[in-house]
Design a protein around this ligand. Structure first.
Ligand code: KIV
Length: 290
C-alpha cells in the first residue's frame, strides 16, 4: 500500500518530518522507495538532470509522462507527485485538468503546480474534481529565470507578506502540501506555523515540516549547477566515472570479460565440436581432390 495524502498530512500533526526526494526512472525510484522515502517528486528538474536543458522551461507533458511511468513502476510504498510542466496548466482550467489526469491515470497520487494566489482557481478546480495538488512558492524555477533569476525569496517584509498570503490561500484552495523553495529560514518557519498542511522545504531552513532534494544533487551526480542548499550525500559523478574508466581499460587490455563473467561448455562437448570441424575440413579436401 502506498503512503496516502492523509498519511502525509497526519505527519505534520505528529511533528514527524516528511522526507521527499525527486526521481525520474525505475531504478532510482526503486532505491528511494526501498530506502524508506515517503514521497517521490517526479520534478520537472528532470529537464535539466535527465535531458540536459538549461532550465525547466522546455519540459513537456509527454516527457514528464515517461519519467513518471518509470517511477510508478519502480516504487510500491512512496507517494508519487508529478510536476506539471510549464505551459501545461496556465492557459485554462479544462486543459489543466486533462493534463493533470494523465499523471493520475498513470499511477501518480498527486500533481504539483508552481505559483501562489495566481493558481488558486486552478488548485480549487483540480482538488474539487478529485486531484490532490501540491503547491510550490518561493523561487519558482519555471518562471524565475524569465524575470529575476534564481534569488532567495522573502528577504523583505513585503515579499514575506506575499509569500505568507500565498501559502494561506493555497491551503484554503485545497492544496495538501506546499513546497517552499529558497525562502529565508525565518519566513519558512512562520509559514510552516501559519498553515495546517505540511510545508516541504528546499533551501528554506530546517523548520519546514519536510525536506526535498533533487536526487542528482543528493547523490552528487549533476555538477552543472551546485546550489548552496543542496547537500551532497555522495560523490557519484567521480564514483561512476572511475567505474567507467576501469571498464574501458579492462576491455582494451582483454581483462574483461574474465572466466567469472563468461560461459563455458563441457570438455567433452567441445571435443565433439572440434571433431565436427575436422570432419568438415576433411570433406572439403575430398571435394577439391575430385
Ligand atoms: O522540479 C523539481 O525538482 C522541483 C523541486 C526543486 C521541488 O520542483
Amino acid at each position: 500500500m502506498r503512503i496516502s495524502i492523509t498519511d502525509i498530512k497526519q505527519k505534520k500533526s505528529k511533528s514527524e518530518k516528511i522526507v521527499v526526494v525527486t526521481a525520474y526512472d525505475y531504478s532510482t525510484a526503486k532505491i528511494c522507495d526501498t530506502s524508506g522515502i515517503e514521497m517521490i517528486l517526479v520534478g520537472d528538474s528532470a529537464g535539466m538532470v535527465m535531458l540536459g536543458y538549461d532550465s525547466t522551461i522546455p519540459v513537456t507533458v509527454d516527457e514528464m509522462l515517461v519519467f513518471c511511468k518509470g517511477v510508478v513502476n519502480g516504487s510500491k510504498n512512496s507517494l508519487i507527485v508529478a510536476d506539471m510542466p510549464f505551459g501545461s496548466y496556465q492557459s485554462d482550467l479544462s486543459l489543466a485538468f486533462s493534463n493533470a489526469i494523465k499523471f493520475i491515470k498513470l499511477g501518480c497520487s498527486a500533481i504539483k503546480v508552481e505559483g501562489g494566489r495566481g493558481v488558486v482557481p486552478l488548485v480549487k478546480h483540480l482538488t474539487q474534481n478529485g486531484i490532490p495538488v501540491m503547491g510550490h512558492i518561493g523561487l519558482k524555477p519555471q518562471t524565475s529565470p524569465l524575470w529575476e533569476g534564481y534569488k532567495v525569496q522573502g528577504k523583505s517584509c513585503n515579499t514575506a507578506v506575499d509569500l505568507f498570503l500565498d501559502a494561506l490561500e493555497l491551503e484554503k484552495a485545497g492544496a495538501f502540501s506546499i513546497v517552499l523553495e529558497m525562502v529565508t529560514s525565518e519566513i519558512a518557519e512562520k509559514i510552516s506555523q501559519g498553515v495546517s498542511i505540511p510545508t516541504i522545504g528546499i533551501g528554506s531552513g530546517n523548520k519546514c515540516d519536510g525536506q526535498v532534494l533533487v536526487l542528482h544533487d543528493l547523490l552528487g551526480l549533476y555538477d552543472v549547477i551546485k546550489p548552496k542548499f543542496a547537500k551532497r550525500y555522495a560523490e557519484s559523478y567521480s564514483l561512476f566515472s572511475t567505474a567507467i574508466t576501469n571498464y574501458i581499460s579492462d576491455v582494451k587490455s582483454g581483462g574483461f570479460p574474465d572466466p567469472q563473467h563468461s560461459f563455458s561448455m563441457s570438455k567433452e562437448e567441445l571435443q565433439n565440436f572440434e571433431n565436427y570441424l575436422s570432419s568438415l575440413k576433411a570433406g572439403k579436401k575430398g571435394d577439391g581432390e575430385k
